[in-house]
Design a protein around this ligand. Structure first.
Ligand code: TRP
Length: 335
């Protein structure tokens, strides 16, 4: 048996990762790689719950997502990259677990309610059971920890309920996984709303330094300040939220904030400083990303290897769950 605790987390391969993902999520994942057995899942089945017409984009988006993960420090030597749709065991366990959750419970899920409202869509059965598949993703590895953003907490909570229910009915097997939130504050978008690809306010890991600088120069600052000589606010000012994270020179930053408050330094100067620091911090990631992007076959190989390892784990755990639930595996007609 594996002595290390187990992490399972993942993303739907939608668009490229922005630096909100980097600070809020990917750096959080990366720090677990030595002390946990880590499975990082490309949740492509989940894409279909809203984007079932995305067939032509999923593969390209999967690759882009993997480039971003690898760029951000996910290390295939220390973690397993897994493709959800290549392991039917995920979907199979989800069919089993769906019997342990009521429709009412799924309808109460805030993420579901939000999506139905925001996307203004007629929900499919797939969208309703999204969290059951996610619970299967997590439980099939008997994961103990799930590092996620705050938006995923309702899903982890539901996963814990399902695990508990299974254990009560069929004997202790699944761990009740714990969500692990990032320690870093969330990075706002350049317009100071939540950073979101669809808002057009995101800085992407894959942006060029020039694009990054352009975005920083357009950044929202302090709307009450009309001239560089007006006293400025550093609170709720995204330029300073970013500097808090990316400026290693704390002394200089403290002085800069004083000067800004006193109206002694202009937005342009502060933004130039930030653009430089941001590009400096992102440079090694971008270089790594470019290396991987030049060898997509190698990246598919990494996904293949990770998924092959995961297959051993999920087969064994699914067989056990089936047996406990009184199904095929007990007849030894294994497939
Ligand atoms: N719902 C997650 C997201 O939208 C993706 C996901 C699928 C996931 N399965 C998971 C996250 C299991 C953590 C654990 O980002």
């Amino acid at each position: 048996m594996n002595a290390k605790p187990v992490i399972l987390t993942g993303h739907r391969p939608t668009g490229p990762c922005h630096i909100g993902h980097l600070v809020g999520t990917l750096q959080n994942w990366a720090r677990f790689q030595d002390s946990y057995t880590c499975f990082f899942l490309i949740a492509d089945l989940h894409v279909l719950t809203t984007d079932y017409e995305a067939a032509g984009r999923i593969q390209a988006n999967t690759l882009e997502r993997l480039f971003d993960w690898l760029a951000a420090g996910i290390d295939p030597q220390r973690a397993h990259l897994v493709l959800q749709s290549a392991l039917p065991e995920h979907a199979y366990l989800s069919v089993l677990l769906a019997n342990l959750v009521t429709v009412a419970r799924l309808e109460r899920n805030p993420t579901y309610k939000e999506q139905v409202q925001q996307l203004n869509l007629t929900p499919s059965a797939g969208l309703l059971t999204y969290p059951v598949l996610q619970a299967a993703d997590i439980l099939i590895y008997r994961a103990t920890h799930v590092p996620v953003g705050e938006d995923q907490l309702p899903h982890v909570e539901l996963t814990r309920e399902v695990a508990r229910r299974f254990n009560q009915l069929y004997g202790d097997f699944f761990s009740e996984p714990e969500a692990v939130l990032a320690e870093q504050a969330r990075l706002p978008g350049i317009d100071n709303r939540t950073m979101h690809t669809s808002y057009g306010n995101a800085i992407f890991i894959k942006d060029t330094p020039e694009e990054t600088t352009r975005k920083v120069m357009r950044m929202y600052t302090d709307p009450t300040r009309l001239h560089a000589t007006d006293p400025g606010h550093v609170e709720d000012n995204p330029v300073f939220t970013y500097l808090d994270l990316f400026d290693p020179d704390r002394q200089r930053l403290a002085e800069l904030k004083e000067a800004y408050r006193a109206g002694q330094v202009g937005d342009v100067e502060v933004k130039r400083l930030l653009a430089g620091l941001l590009n400096e911090a992102l440079a090694p990631m971008r270089a790594r990303r470019a290396d991987y992007a030049a060898h997509p076959d190698l990246v598919f190989d990494l996904l293949h290897e990770g998924t092959a390892f995961a297959r051993l784990v999920v087969k064994e755990n699914l067989a056990y769950a089936l047996r406990q639930m009184g199904l095929s595996a007990q007849f030894k007609l294994s497939f």
